[in-house]
Design a protein around this ligand. Structure first.
Ligand code: KG4
Ligand code: ZN
Length: 334
């Protein structure tokens, strides 16, 4: 089977073509056009502007995905599209394009929840997750722990009560005068910093539940910045301290979820999963505690928003709908 995935939930316009013809899911093409550098000028996303950029990019991006996969539309078996959650203007561009192409090309149309889609980046690999599996979604808008018992079968275990982990990276980066998106910027600066230089809070790390909170961490960083302590080298030390504080909480709660539910597979997904220190800290904790847990993290380009994960999800959640009935849903949840 060959699936074209389309993803336009935020400021990335993405199309990818994947096949499961061999023993594994393989990427034939994976195109991502981002308006992040445009948005960076304003320190964050302006929804109206993101939607306009989506409209400009969507057809060239889909054409390029077909060209790189060396396929005509005849070679496709289905179209998968993100239908929520996200910015409504951005979502509409992908959803309406996918509906039109499904009707004109006469292909089944498979709607995919963006949040679930992120997890399926873990199935574009030789070693794929085994159920039951704890999933940690860490993106710009989400920090969620989920227990998966099968494809499409999952239970929400807990999430953030305020800011998401990615949002915390972005807001702290802004306080440090770094550009958007903040996660990669903080991470780069943190490489040469001392993570113990600033004593930052690890919100809710000792709470027995599987909930998170990151707004207090951001406030602590704001107080440090506004007190004038951040000059010269101390900026990189603060960046390292922020990164480590966020990672400590994510690793601790996720490992706790795996222990509570006695699972041997953990999968991480979403933009923050591209963070290399998060990956190494997870593996270090698993090794130190001698846990028999297999950790799954997609390669960085499949952690941030992309359409390959949307097409990958459609191989497992293959529930086509009538294109005329599909509606974008900006508030869709897990
Ligand atoms: O999944 P994603 O691309 O978009 C959403 O669905 O939200 O996630 C974007 C988020 C941003 O907050 C960005 O700062 C963060 O992921 N991010 C990172 C890294 N790369 C992206 N955070 C920490 N370290 C990174 N290397
Ligand atoms: Zn996302």
């Amino acid at each position: 089977m060959v699936i074209l995935g389309i993803e336009t939930s935020c400021d990335e316009t993405a199309a990818a073509i994947l096949t499961n013809n061999q023993k594994r899911i393989t990427i034939l093409s994976n195109i991502v056009a981002s308006s992040a550098s445009l948005q960076a000028k304003y320190g964050g996303i302006i929804p109206e502007q993101a939607a306009r950029e989506q409209i400009k990019a969507i057809i060239p991006v889909i054409e390029e995905s077909l060209r790189q996969a060396k396929l005509s539309p005849n070679g496709l078996d289905a179209i998968a599209v993100t239908y929520g959650p996200g910015l409504i203007g951005s979502l509409l561009v992908g959803v309406e394009t996918a509906k039109t192409l499904a009707l004109v090309w006469n292909k089944p149309l498979i709607p995919i929840n963006h949040l679930i889609g992120h997890f399926y980046a873990n199935w574009i690999a030789d070693a794929t997750p085994k159920f039951p599996c704890i999933g940690l979604l860490v993106s710009g808008g989400h920090t969620d722990l989920v227990l998966f018992t099968d494809h499409g079968k999952y239970k929400y275990l807990g999430g953030t009560r305020d800011d998401a982990a990615g949002e915390c990276f972005d807001k702290c980066a802004r306080l440090l005068g770094l550009s958007y998106p903040g996660g990669p910027e903080i991470s780069k600066l943190a490489q040469k910093g001392d993570p113990e230089a600033f004593n930052l809070p690890r919100p809710m790390i000792d709470s027995k539940d599987l909930e998170f909170s990151f707004s207090g961490l951001k406030t602590a960083v704001a107080n440090i910045v506004h007190s004038g302590q951040v000059t010269g080298d101390s900026k990189k030390h603060l960046a390292a301290s922020i990164e480590t504080a966020i990672i400590d909480v994510l690793v601790d709660k996720t490992i706790r979820a795996a222990k509570i539910h006695k699972v041997k597979n953990i999968m991480i997904a979403g933009g923050v999963a591209a963070n290399q220190k998060l990956a190494s800290q997870f593996q270090l904790t698993i090794n130190n505690e001698q846990l028999s847990i297999k950790l799954h993290i997609p390669p960085p380009n499949l952690c941030t928003d992309n359409a390959a994960m949307i097409a990958a999800a459609a191989f497992f959640i293959n529930q086509p709908v009538d294109p005329l009935n599909l509606q974008a849903d900006p508030n869709l949840t897990l």
